[in-house]
Design a protein. Structure first.
Length: 363
């Protein structure tokens, strides 16, 4: 069912469904053409055939867009096309009498596909009802006209059902598109929050260090300023990659960067386990968790030691000996939890064995 729905959706975005629905029933033109050709009145025959010649392009033009997708101008044009189709049927009624019933399948198909919901069903009901009335007015309706009315009723049911399926598919697709756009915005918001939070925290620490060294060790102060400039340039590039959905650094690169930043902040760092075993999407998520955890340590923990652990099978943790868990979750912790959960993992945070705070991600 989902595959059929997707086919309908792909088709309605192009010309296939409209052309298919319109073209299939062109075979029914054989009935009015036959009725015209057997007329003895050549004028009526010629006028009727000429009307059918103009009828075909106008009829097909009515299937370029689904009725429910038309704007105000498109609806006005569609009403004009519908009026022309009705006029052609009037000409055929003049030329061949009640045998013009053979044009009803076209009218019902046009109304089913080309009209919008408030007027679609009433129009189809009126057309089908008119056809049965014409059939009842015939003294001795032949098998052909009866068959045409059977086909017309079948077209009405199938046409309304098919168009309803198409409109449902469009609605579902629009919901999916909006959901995907919302998820993309939320992802970008998390990425920007994590990147800017980490980058500004590190840059602030490096600038504070440069400020303290400015008088006592100008050369090292200049070195710290250069490091800050290089770090901010790298952060800018990584932010660009994140916004354009180009995935950034590996877990090993993140670990090296975090270790340098924590060392610069005067913290002792111990790393256990092998980060090379963490690859793919999990490695990307752990890189974000590691970066955000290190940022939180620098901002809030007042710690002296940080332990980073890659423990098989599938356990990662960042532990500090700082002030401990104060309760609650800010944007940083909430973002880490969402990232880990989206990647199929489990996230925990709380008081650590060192007396500070820990974050744990498990797969």
């Amino acid at each position: 069912m989902r595959r059929f729905r997707n086919w309908l959706l792909d088709a309605v975005n192009g010309p296939r469904v409209g052309v298919l629905i319109a073209s299939v029933w062109l075979v029914c033109l054989v009935f009015p053409v036959h009725s015209l050709l057997i007329l003895e009145d050549r004028v009526r025959c010629l006028v009727g055939l000429l009307a059918l010649v103009f009828f075909v392009p106008v009829y097909l033009a009515g299937f370029r867009d689904l009725g429910s997708q038309l704007d105000a101008a498109g609806r006005r044009w569609q009403l004009l096309r519908g009026g022309f189709v009705l006029a052609v049927m009037g000409v055929l009624c003049w030329a061949i009498g009640l045998d013009a019933i053979s044009l009803l399948p076209f009218l019902v198909t046009f109304a089913s596909y080309g009209l919008w919901p408030p007027v679609r069903l009433p129009a189809v009901v009126v057309l089908v009802g008119s056809g049965f009335l014409m059939l009842a007015l015939m003294n001795d309706p032949d098998v052909g006209n009866s068959a045409i009315m059977f086909i017309t009723a079948l077209i009405a049911v199938l046409g309304l059902f098919t168009v309803k399926m198409i409109e449902s598919s469009i609605a579902v697709s629009e919901q999916d598109r909006r959901r995907a756009a919302l998820e993309q915005r939320e992802r970008m918001a998390r990425d920007v929050h994590d990147l800017l939070g980490h980058s500004l925290t590190v840059a602030n620490l490096q600038l504070q260090l440069a400020e303290r060294l400015f008088d006592s060790d100008p050369e090292r102060a200049r070195t710290e300023l250069v490091r800050t400039r290089v770090f901010l340039a790298e952060a800018q590039e990584e932010l660009r990659r994140s916004v354009t959905d180009q995935r950034g650094r590996t877990i090993e690169e993140e670990l090296d960067g975090v270790r340098d930043v924590l060392f610069s902040g005067g913290l002792e760092v111990a790393v256990t386990g092998d980060p090379h075993e963490v690859t793919g999407p999990v490695g990307l998520v752990l890189g974000w968790v590691l970066r955000e955890a290190a940022t939180n340590v620098l901002r809030h923990a007042h710690a002296t030691r940080v332990e980073i652990s890659f423990a098989p099978p599938g356990r990662f943790s960042v532990v500090d000996d700082g002030d401990g868990y104060a309760g609650g979750e800010g944007n940083g912790l909430a973002g880490m939890r969402e990232r880990v959960a989206a990647a199929g993992g489990e996230f925990r945070c709380g008081s650590s064995s060192l007396g500070g705070f820990e974050v744990v991600a498990m797969w």
